[in-house]
Structures are given as C-alpha cells and as structure tokens.
Design a protein around this ligand. Sequence first.
Ligand SMILES: Cc1cc2nc3c(=O)[nH]c(=O)nc-3n(C[C@H](O)[C@H](O)[C@H](O)COP(=O)(O)OP(=O)(O)OC[C@H]3O[C@@H](n4cnc5c(N)ncnc54)[C@H](O)[C@@H]3O)c2cc1C
Length: 568
Amino acid sequence: MLKYDVLIVGAGGAGLMAALEASKAKDLKIGVITKVYPTRSHTGAAQGGINAALANVDPSDNPEVHTFDTIKGSDYLGDQDAIEFMCYEAPKRIYELEHLGVPFSRLEDGRIAQRPFGGAGFPRTCYAADKTGHVILHTLYEQCLKNDVEFLNEWFVKELIIDNNEAKGVIAIDIRNGEVHAIAAKAIIFATGGYARVYWVRNTNAIGSTGDGMAICYRAGIPLKDMEFVQFHPTGLRSTGILVTEGARGEGGYLINNKGERFMARYAPQKMELAPRDLVARSIETEILEGRGWGEGMMAYVHLDLRHLGAEKIKKKLPQIRQLCIDFEGVDPIEEPIPVRPTAHYSMGGIDVRDYKTSMTGVNGVFAVGECACVSVHGANRLGGNSLLDLVVFGKPAGAAAVEYARNKSESNYNLKAEEERARKEIEELLRKESKENINNIRMEMAQTMWDKVGIFREEKPMLEAIEKIKELKERYKLLAPGDSGRLFNTALINYIELGYLLDLAEAIAVTAVLRKESRGAHARRDYPNRDDENFLKHSLAYYTPEGPKVEYSEVRITKYQPQERKY
Ligand SMILES: Cc1cc2nc3c(=O)[nH]c(=O)nc-3n(C[C@H](O)[C@H](O)[C@H](O)COP(=O)(O)OP(=O)(O)OC[C@H]3O[C@@H](n4cnc5c(N)ncnc54)[C@H](O)[C@@H]3O)c2cc1C
C-alpha cells in the first residue's frame, strides 16, 4: 500500500506551497496527489495579480491599510486576527516568490510593479503582465521537483478516511488505469480549489473546479463554513463567462451602459470601477435589469471599454485578455469595447479551518488550504488579488504544521485494506450499473437553478424552490451511472463522482443562503436588503446529514475594527 507522512491533495498554488515547505523535512515522505497535471491547476489561470503592501508605487501603503481594506471588503465577516496575519506576512511571501524565480513585472527602477485593484486604498497588486497565476504555479512546481516532492499525477481522490477523529488516509483512483487504492497518510492537506462549476452555465473556473475536497471533507463529517458567500466576478465575457481580469479596470478601463454613461458613478462615486467585486457585479446586473444594457436573457451585457488606454498599454499589460477577447468574443479591445457580464468566480466559504496558524480542521491531521478552505480571511466578499496571497501565506505554515504533526504520530494499524476493498467493490458495481438518467441534464438543471435562484440577487421563495429542485436532482442522480465501464481514463466515472459533489455543495450553498436573513458582501437579499450585525455577524457551519445540511453558527473574531457601514 502507498504510504506517506504528509499527503497533499491538490497541486495548485496552495498545495505546491505547502508541499515545498513540507519538503524541507528530508527524512519524511511527502507526496502530492492531483487529478490534473500540476501545471493545469486553476491557479495557472489567475491573471491580475497578488496583493502585498510593498509600497513600491505609493509610499503611503502599509500592511495595516491592507488589513483594514480586507476587513472592510469582507463586510466585517472575516476573522480579523487571520486577516492581520495574512497582510503582514504578504511582503515576505512576495519576496520569497521572487527569490524562487517568479518573474514579476517591474517598475522603471527595477522594483516589483504594482497595479490598482478593487477595494484597495493604494496600488498594491503585484503582477506578471496578466499571467500572474501561471508564473507562480510553474515556479512552485519546478521548486517542488527540485526538492524531490513525489507526485501522483492524474489520480483522483474520492474519500477521506478518518478514525477516532484522526486522519488515516484517502481512497483514490489512478485515472490512467482505473485502479482503486487506499493511501495511508499521517497528515493530509486538502488544497483542491473552488466549486464555481456549481454555476456551470456561467463561470470563470477550470472544468475541474468541482469542489471535490470540500464535498469529501463534508461527507466525512467536517463542517463547511460560510457557503452562502459565492463571488460573482463583475466582468466575464458575454458569451462564455470567461474572465476579464479586474486588472483591466485597474489599468483604467471604464464600464459603460447603453446610454454611454460610466454608470459606476451612481453606485460608488469615489471608487468608481474599482469598488469591490460584490458592489460592481450588482451594479452591472442592475443596469441590465433596468434596461440600460444590451442583449437579452443570459446574453445581456454592458461594455468594458479599454480603447482609451491605447494599443501599446493593452499589448504590454493585458496581452492574454486581448487574446481571450479576440478568440472567444471576436472583439479586439484595442478597436472595440468588450461585452461583459458578471460570472460565478470564487468560493469565499469552504472547509472549516480551526486554527489559521496551522490550517488544521477539527479533525486531527486533516488540514485545508487555498480556495477549498475557509480560514476565514475573505469573509463575505474577497478582494481581488487576495486569493493568490491566501494560497502562499497559509500554504507555507500548513506544510510546516503537517510535518510537525506527522513527526509526532506513530504508525497506525487501522485497517485501510478493508476500506480499499469496499471502495473497489463499490466502483465495480457502479461501472456495471445501467444509467437511467442523463448527466448533462442533471448538471445543467442544477447550474441554471443555482444561477437563477441562488445567484447575485436572492430572495426566500426562489431559494426554497432551488432547494426543492436540488433535492429532486439528488434523487435523479441515484438513477445515474457513469455509462462507461472502461478502465483507462474513464472520464465518465470522474464526471459522475464530481457531479455528486457539486449537488451536495449546491445544497449547502442554498440552505445556508436561505437561513441568512440579511445582505452582507456577496450575499444580497432583496427581502432583507440591510446588514444585520445583531443577528448575523457570525459564520455559518453546514454539517452533512443524509437529509441535507444541518446548520450551526460560530463567532467572528473581531480584534481592532468594529463593524461600520461599508461605503465606497
Ligand atoms: C480565471 C481566474 C483568474 C483568477 N485571477 C486571480 C488573480 O489575479 N488574483 C488572485 O488573487 N486570485 C485569482 N483567482 C483566484 C485564484 O486563482 C484561485 O482561488 C486559486 O488559484 C485557487 O488555488 P488552489 O491552490 O486553492 O486550487 P487550484 O489551483 O484550483 O488547484 C486545485 C488542485 O486540486 C486538485 N484536485 C481537485 N480535486 C481533486 C481530487 N478529487 N483528487 C485529486 N486532486 C484534486 C487539482 O488537480 C488541482 O491540482 C482567479 C481565478 C480564476 C478562475
């Protein structure tokens, strides 16, 4: 049986940062398991940049302002001690990345360049043109290889095995040959990324962003925190929902309605296009709903105009964006405005992390980092550029903490072989089962329901309807089977399992959203338009039960900044 001291599930920025740190323990066996080849992880799609108050462009910036901006951006739902830790660590992690080899864009004098981003007091976002995630991911992967981290590439983790509130290992499928394995591990770090594919009809995420780690931990009894908070990015391409980075507005892009107005003046007169994402996304949707956009239904849009930036700046600072617009929308931003509309983007919620210094969950030896985790530093609304930061700031100590934990643990005699046998039989049965449903129908009905009823604007009745619909889809899912009994690269099997995860997550999102009777950050209720600190300044915790999530609440840690009204 495969055995590791520390097993990291996921090879995006968070997983690789944790693995690199863990690899310093040369006497321990460190492994990374990932369903896609590491450099295809969604981190590689990150465009705009990573925040750190280096004060290279504006000397007035500092980590305290970054802390305050993040707390305000979170609509006061973020835990302030964790946010402060992240913002003060940020400059150190950026220089560490630089020394590892990340080729950041530069100012004239050679220091790391920084651009303005939404909800930030100063230009604070470090970047490499519009390919920041790509260069960070590749650099970390090279470093992991150099430091002898073992990779199980194209392996799919299906289950977490816990005994006596302690990590024992995982059940995984080697996608290349269909073999089912139990893998023993003393410490397991989940770094499996987000779930924006719940909103399959319109999202920015990779096809594999199906929230697997969240659903796996949830089913194993670890609660999911703050699932009602889903970030809709203001600017997705009209036809596909593909992301146009906030960096495009950071570089000076305008949002324009069909009257030719820079309509953000109505919603955020000071910050304009650089208000935080929740506010800008709602403003665009309002313009469209009130008839000041173009197009109809899912294809309605407003304009993001970059033309006044000039060809040279667009080619230098936003080359990938330009290419995406040409390839997927048939529009060259040098010549024409870009048709855009909000698109599902990021999961503020995730696996409940109990201690931000180690990223350990409530189960001994199980850790979570990156987008799958909820620390919580993003609260009700994440600021652009703070996710890449979250990956490296929390990935590093999680790697160290997992090593420390594994060192103090002796070999377990838990019978993982029996779990492996059970899982193998279950999969054999599944492969033989005849399908009486269509995977695409279930997936699209789920996604359309979530988009229409648990989307940017929310209300009780549609959300209750969504919960009923998800329950119906979960019943229909029981009639579904992969429909392919092959062993080699059986993607039908993987897609089938992923859809099961998405349905559980969709339900957790909808149920926690109905219960939160207030508007805060990305959770905007028409029937409860105001923030209600008295009743809802608290984190939601969704616990798995076969009948649907059981929801409890926990305290938000407030240290320095008392909640105020949020104006931009
Ligand atoms: C288009 C786009 C642009 C973005 N731009 C920015 C930006 O400019 N700045 C910023 O701060 N943030 C940005 N974000 C957000 C940020 O990039 C992500 O939140 C972050 O990269 C997630 O990293 P991660 O390491 O948590 O997971 P990911 O990079 O998503 O990696 C997940 C890993 O888990 C593995 N995995 C998943 N499920 C399984 C399973 N069942 N078994 C085995 N392995 C599994 C995958 O193979 C993968 O290796 C952007 C996001 C998108 C989608």
